[in-house]
Design a protein around this ligand. Structure first.
Ligand SMILES: NC(=O)C[C@H](N)C(=O)O
Length: 324
């Protein structure tokens, strides 16, 4: 008999409509969440661990480390073949990315959730859980790091992002597409991408800022984070990796204080590079010591920087991490 551990953390998958509020709130017990699914699967035992039952907007870096701890513990038991983490979809890709970079284990870790709550017709929680179990049980899922399974698709934690506020088909990997699909309980991989970027660390530095650039943004917001003891800054820059020139004095101030700055783009796809030499262009930023964050979206680069700072990595090691 194979064992799979389901670590429950909350999200819409564990919510119902409250009749007074007429809005969804956390309410499903672990038995209610998993009972029906358990009754349908054969030859596999599900061991549930209810860590918390919160919306994913309540997930903090500390709670991410608690999730990691629960996953690592479950993986260390030779009887368990893999772990499923149920989670709200709003920040699912952040926790997935942290688990992916911070755990080095061949056993599959699958994160899943739901877009419709248990009071709605077409609740997708059970479908996503069943597809996650099929993914764990497939031998080809081993060695791929943390996977995200939603809407019968398997995605890599590094690539996946929530693209739509409502649709059940919201999780996409815009650059490369899903790794595979789940068809009739069978997992079919189009490609198997081994997850290679690792920072094995069980803590996350919370004081890492994420700042979005826009036309006419000035340096005051950067100064705020410097003055409030932040240990690192991720800048979601314009296009190819450029910033409005009025931010430059504050960026240079942060660099002089050895506060690492990672540059990514606010564009949905594509990497950043020093293609532009004008004032505020990426070329000057990288020459002055800003770290190239590659193709990562800002919220995942922030998780990476939280892990790298927490692990006391040098600037060179950080640069190495973000290199494709
Ligand atoms: N679909 C969901 O799970 C969204 C919910 N607001 C959450 O992230 O907890």
């Amino acid at each position: 008999m194979k064992n799979i551990v389901v670590v429950m953390t909350g999200g819409t998958i564990a919510m119902r409509i409250d009749p007074n509020l007429r809005a969804a709130i956390p309410s499903l017990s672990s038995e209610e969440l998993i009972g029906e699914v358990k009754a349908h699967i054969k030859d596999t035992q599900i061991r549930e661990k209810e860590l918390f039952n919160i919306p994913s907007g309540h997930i903090t870096p500390e709670r991410m480390t608690e999730i990691r701890q629960a996953v690592v513990e479950a993986l260390s038991d030779p009887e368990n073949v893999g772990v499923i983490v149920t989670h709200g979809t709003d920040t699912l890709e952040e926790t997935a990315y942290y688990l992916d970079i911070s755990i080095d284990n061949e056993k599959p870790i699958v994160m899943t959730g739901a877009m419709r709550n248990a009071s709605e017709l077409g609740y997708d929680g059970e479908l996503n859980l069943t597809a996650s179990i099929a993914t764990i049980l497939n031998e080809e899922s081993r060695g791929l790091g943390t996977l995200v399974v939603m809407n019968n698709e398997v995605h890599s934690a590094a690539q996946v992002t929530k693209t739509n506020t409502l649709s059940v088909n919201t999780f996409k990997s815009p650059e490369l597409g899903p790794l595979g699909i789940i068809d009739n309980d069978e997992v079919l991989y189009y490609r198997r991408e081994k997850s290679v970027k690792k920072v094995i660390v069980d803590t996350l530095e919370p004081k890492i800022a994420l700042i979005k650039m826009a036309a006419g943004v000035e340096g005051d917001i950067i100064d705020f984070y410097i003055d409030n003891g932040y240990k690192g800054i991720v800048i979601e820059a314009l296009g190819r990796g450029n910033v409005p020139p009025a931010t430059l004095p504050s960026i240079n101030r942060a660099l002089e204080l050895n506060i690492p700055i990672v540059l990514v783009s606010r564009c949905a796809t594509g990497r950043v590079l020093g293609s532009y030499g004008y004032l505020g262009g990426g070329k000057g930023l990288f020459e002055s010591g800003v770290i190239n964050g590659g193709y990562l979206p800002g919220h995942k680069a922030r998780i990476a920087l939280m892990a790298l700072v927490s692990a006391n990595k040098s600037k060179e090691e950080m640069e190495q991490f973000f290199k494709i």
